[in-house]
Design a protein around this ligand. Structure first.
Ligand code: NAP
Length: 288
């Protein structure tokens, strides 16, 4: 199987590597060419100077870029992926983007004889590096069946959740759920510090009960150490919560906690923490 991977960022770089390691014929494209060259040296695949050329003759084209506009730039246009894809090829977009973009891509793909899956991921940098991502997918069953064996290379779980846009809607729910949990953890740790409790002993105890969470398990130690220069960036979380808040307006959902936490992340951006991990909600409580 011949595939293209467009966008070798924190996530895309290792994901493309896993595809190569699984034995697929991989051609990569990255806007900043140096990263594509480095990837080729490391993994022995090919790179192309444009998304169009990367996509030529591929069975599947994967994208993992920043936001809706970035996806449009690598998909539509003379040098973009759709201009190079062959009839019957599949586009799998791993970018966290809006559900309306997914529907737009699905319609455009069908018009040109391609298939499309929106397939945002969860699991962060470590999940991408360790091939342990969770993939939330929108599209049709036959496209999912055709692309799933390749996605196996970097995921521990994939699921088709409904028609185009369903993957992005699921990712919005994922981010809404995370926002409240991280703020709760930040408040708890700040309270513990002010109350004079031993943070390590506290977490060892309460993580075994109903307060336990992925965030508690994976982030408490760095939060106690006031370390945030890693992980899932506040800037990305604000993009994701913005998409969810916009979608909630369309479907009549109330998101009071997610909106409040989004405003806290805005405070963190003002503190210079746009690239800090989302667990920096504690820094907002401690440092201000
Ligand atoms: P990143 O490290 O900032 O990488 C972004 C990639 O997209 C880079 O390769 C960048 O190219 C490329 N790109 C951005 N805009 C582009 C454009 N207009 N045209 C062409 N290429 C463009 O981001 P990331 O952390 O890998 O995240 C990628 C996506 O996955 C985002 O939607 C993010 O929300 C989502 N995600 C991230 C995580 C995480 O923990 N990092 C977890 C789950 C989901 P350059 O190298 O030239 O800048």
């Amino acid at each position: 199987m011949k595939v293209a991977f467009i966008g070798l960022g924190v996530m895309g770089y290792p994901m493309a590597g896993h595809l190569k390691n699984a034995g697929l014929d991989v051609c990569v494209y990255n806007r900043t060419e140096a990263k594509a060259s480095q990837w080729c040296v490391e993994h022995g695949g090919n790179s192309a100077p444009t998304p169009r050329e990367a996509a030529e003759n591929c069975d599947i084209v994967f994208t993992c870029v920043g936001n809706d506009d970035d996806v449009r730039q690598v998909i539509f246009g003379d040098d973009a992926a759709f201009a190079g894809m062959k009839p019957g090829a599949i586009l799998v977009d791993h970018t966290t983007a809006s559900a309306s973009l997914a529907r737009e891509l699905d319609a455009a793909a069908r018009e040109q004889g391609f298939s499309f899956l929106d397939a945002p991921v969860s699991g962060g940098q470590a999940g991408a590096e360790n091939a342990a991502l969770t993939v939330m997918i929108g599209g049709d069953q036959s496209t999912y069946d055709a692309a799933n064996p390749a996605m196996d290379a970097y995921s521990k779980f994939t699921k088709l959740l409904g028609p185009a846009g369903s993957g992005q809607l699921a990712k919005m729910v994922n981010q809404v759920c995370i926002a409240g949990v991280v703020q709760g953890l930040a408040e708890g740790l700040n309270f513990a510090k002010n109350a004079g409790l031993d943070g390590e002993a506290l977490i060892e105890t309460i993580s075994k009960g109903a307060a336990g969470s992925w965030q508690m398990e994976n982030r408490y130690a760095t939060m106690l150490a006031d370390e945030y220069e890693f992980g899932f960036a506040v800037d990305w979380m604000r993009k994701d919560l913005g998409i969810a808040i916009e979608e909630a307006r369309n479907n009549g959902s109330e998101l009071p906690v997610a909106q409040l936490v989004d405003s806290f992340y805005e405070d963190i951006q003002k503190m210079g923490g746009g690239r800090w991990d989302t667990s920096s909600l504690l820094a907002r409580l401690v440092r201000k």
